[in-house]
Design a protein around this ligand. Sequence first.
Ligand code: PLP
Length: 401
Amino acid sequence: MEFMPDSNDPGSNQEFYRIQKLPPYVFAVINEMKAKARAAQQDVIDLGMGNPDGATPRIIVNKMIEAARNPKNHRYSQSKGIPKLREEIVKRYKTSYGVDLDPGSEAIVTIGAKDSLAHLLFAVIGPGDAVVSPNPAYPIHQYGVIMAEGHACLLPMPTPAEFLERLKHLYKTSSRKPKLILISFPHNPTTMCVDLDFFREVVELAHEHGSMIVHDFAYADLCFDGYRAPSILQVPGAKEVAVEIYSMSKSFNMAGWRIGFCLGNSKMINALARIKSYLDYGVFQPLQIAAIIALRECAEDTKKICEVYRKRRDVLVTGLKRAGWPVESPRGSMFLWAPVPEPYRAGGSLEFAKLLMEKALVAVSPGIGFGPLGEGHVRFALVENEQRIRQATKSIKAFLK
Ligand SMILES: Cc1ncc(COP(=O)(O)O)c(C=O)c1O
């Protein structure tokens, strides 16, 4: 899920040092249109924000309720997470990826992936440190660096292979070597996926040049058609340079709960733990206890969640094709990244998204909202049911005619 600022914010904070570096979210424009249409009783099909619409599995909710009844769980928890939960995520990495991690020093619980990302960057990046990441990207990948006063170096990613080539070129030619490489696959918004060889090369580069790596693995479990997303920590020696961020939001429909992990390199984990020890007292303990149950007992639920997205993806791809808008079918994530149809391309992705909203009552995210290199595309999030997605493609067909 992305952060959407209050669209009524008068922007009076512009003089503040950090705030002035954070432009208002482009997505707010579409949000405002959506709110107006809904206020006028119009039925908007909202494929804009990546906000999962499914319920958290009942067993997790029940555990949370049970734990919340126990006064012992009402106190401050531990900022790095309770040991049993850290042990559980470590077990999962062992069974899913064959990766060995020490729950004491190589795993920390965070308030979702966003907390991990923002505070890790804050912990390990100093003024002017270069952080290289593909663009377009999830906004915090760029603005987390800017907030930490680093230098956000955006590399185009028409394909992961080309990103890698550009990264190698950057290492050869730039006087400012990247201090950190920030990547995320399956990728939001482009839906691109990689195999373990890609990570091998990135890890090798980081070793060679003394860089760190952060891999945001928010869509770890949303993979289709037999594809299985690798963990960067599967690469031998990855732990010496890399951390991976795992989120409960998408895999278990727990977006609102705010829980995730940062795993791998102990020095980076330790830095994040230090920052977090000043900032928070950890996630509400009943929630951490419920997350143990999720990791331990809900593998089948994750498969079902994934299958829901797969079916929606198919309906959307087929429907758009029928509407004369052919798009590639993604192998991972919960999105579809679609090039703006030719007749509308010159107007830009924001204008096209506004048109879709106005004429077809379908909300999508304009590519420009994910950075300058996102222009020319819009992103559909698969967060409405199949019937409504089918309806959306019919409205789009009528509009494109
Ligand atoms: C790439 C990426 N990272 C992180 C997040 C946020 O995850 P969490 O809910 O765990 O903070 C999202 C959510 O949309 C995302 O797309």
